[in-house]
Structures are given as structure tokens and as C-alpha cells.
Design a protein around this ligand. Sequence first.
Ligand SMILES: Nc1ncnc2c1ncn2[C@@H]1O[C@H](COP(=O)(O)OP(=O)(O)OP(=O)(O)O)[C@@H](O)[C@H]1O
Ligand SMILES: [Mg+2]
Length: 279
Amino acid sequence: MTPYTKTEVLLQAKDLQLSYGNKCILHDINFSIRDIIRPGLQQGQVVSLVGRSGMGKTQLFRILSGLQKPTSGSIIIRERKPAEVSPGSIAVFQERAVRPGDMGVIFQNYYQFGWRTVRQSLLLAARRNKLLEGKEEDTMLQYAEQFDVIDILHRYPSQLSGGQQQRVSIIQQLLKGANFLLLDEPFSGLDVCVLDKVVELLQQVSLSDELKTLIIVSHDIATAVAISDTVFILGRTKGVEGSTLVRSIDLIERGLAWQKDVRREREFEETLEEIKACL
Ligand SMILES: Nc1ncnc2c1ncn2[C@@H]1O[C@H](COP(=O)(O)OP(=O)(O)OP(=O)(O)O)[C@@H](O)[C@H]1O
Ligand SMILES: [Mg+2]
């Protein structure tokens, strides 16, 4: 197995509960995401959150993004202090509760500024990132090239296909520079070729910075397992209202993470069966 270590906690969900009135939606949710270190690589983290329809994935997604407050509990993130980021400086970290805007959120079929062209939207995102000062345009063009949207920069969102919109929103969030990227159903509605491309791109993103952390909510268990290092399963426990994390699976320990042809492994199939049994 490839050598790796897990070090600092980058994100911690502590005792999350969510209720609407008397109705409990989520209870006792505790998990953490640690920084993964692999020698010679800038290995980011990829975590998938799976569960049947109505289990509270979108609610948990919203809580993670800081857009929704839980009834109790908190999400703590560890971030690099911006002032300290300069070549050669030692990174300084701080821990704090997540706030709206901390995470790059990529909703399904998402576009924000219908009246701006792709180029304008992307440049706007780049200009908000102080680390890109003076190289906004170059960085934007690099991503556009890499994500194959260079020919559609002059278009408006309504003139894009679903897959193009999705790639544009991923670039937009990357340009903003957030370490955490939350993706809601990033694999749905894509044809097989585009799906492979999106998986490849997300893998590239996860290798672009050691602290990059992708959190993916998906119904597509096979693709989620193929791309992730950890899977969390939201489900029910007998006799208790609401959902909680019923299982977490460390795919690195099973030798299923970071492998190109992982779908051919017997253990991959077994893991899918195991997950389905928990749903
Ligand atoms: N504003 C609300 N008031 C009351 N209940 C709500 C509210 N929003 C969501 N719910 C309930 O919370 C539960 C979880 O919903 P959520 O949208 O998170 O499910 P999900 O796992 O994302 O499902 P899907 O896979 O279908 O998207 C559902 O039972 C839903 O009815
Ligand atoms: Mg949902």
C-alpha cells in the first residue's frame, strides 16, 4: 500500500443535531476529516457522504457549508491564516467555527450570475482572491484550458450544457481559493464520457493542494467510492427518530483509494455491497 499518514484535523463535526419543530432530522453526528500526507505528493482529501433519499444529506451539506445553523453542535474548521501565506513562510493555522462563504459550494445546475459571461464571472471570482493579485487572468485561463471551457468563455450561463455549467462552477470556486469544496450530486445527469472527465478533474483538484478537501454528496455510490478516501453513510438507528452516521469506511486501509482501476478490484465490489446493506 502507498505510504501515508493522517495528521491534523481539518474539519470536525461535533454533536450535530437538527430539528424542525419537534421533528428530529439529524442527531449525534460526529466526525472529523484529517489532513492526509503522502510522500512526494500534494494529496488532498476526498470524502463522500451517501444515504437514501430523505436521510438528510442536503441538510448536513447546508450545515457543513455554514449556510444553515444546526439546532445544536458545531462545525469547526482549521484554516491557514491568510496573512502568513507567502513563499517560504511557515504556515500558521487557526481553528474556528465555519461561516458562510468559507467553503466553495457547488450546487447541482448552479450558476450565479446569469447576466455575466463565463469569462466575467470567473474573473470576478479570481479578483476576490487576494492570493491571485496580478495573475487573475492568467490563472483563470489556465483553469479554463485544463477544464476544457476555453471556447465558451464568451457565453452566458443559459447557453451552456449541464456539464459545462458544472465545470464553470468548479473553476469559479477554485479561483475563490477555498480549501473546502462541497459538491452536491456532482455526477448526476452526466453522460459516461463526461462523468469520467469530471472524476478525473476532481482527482486533479484533490492533488492541487495538500489542504484541498472535497466533500461530495452523491447517490452514485460506485463513483463516490471510486474517487474517495473515506465514505460516510447517513442512515437510521432502530427506534430513534432522525438520521445519524451509521458507518464510516476508510478506503485507504482497504487499498481502494487513489487507484485508477479500482473498479476492477473484488474488494471494491464487496465494499459497494456493504454500503448498500447499510442504506
Ligand atoms: N424546512 C424543512 N422543514 C421540515 N423538514 C424539512 C425541511 N427541509 C427538509 N426537511 C426534511 O428533512 C429530511 C432530510 O431532507 P434532505 O433534503 O436533507 O434529504 P436528502 O438526503 O438530501 O434527500 P435526497 O437524496 O432526496 O436529496 C426530509 O425528511 C425532509 O422532509
Ligand atoms: Mg438532497
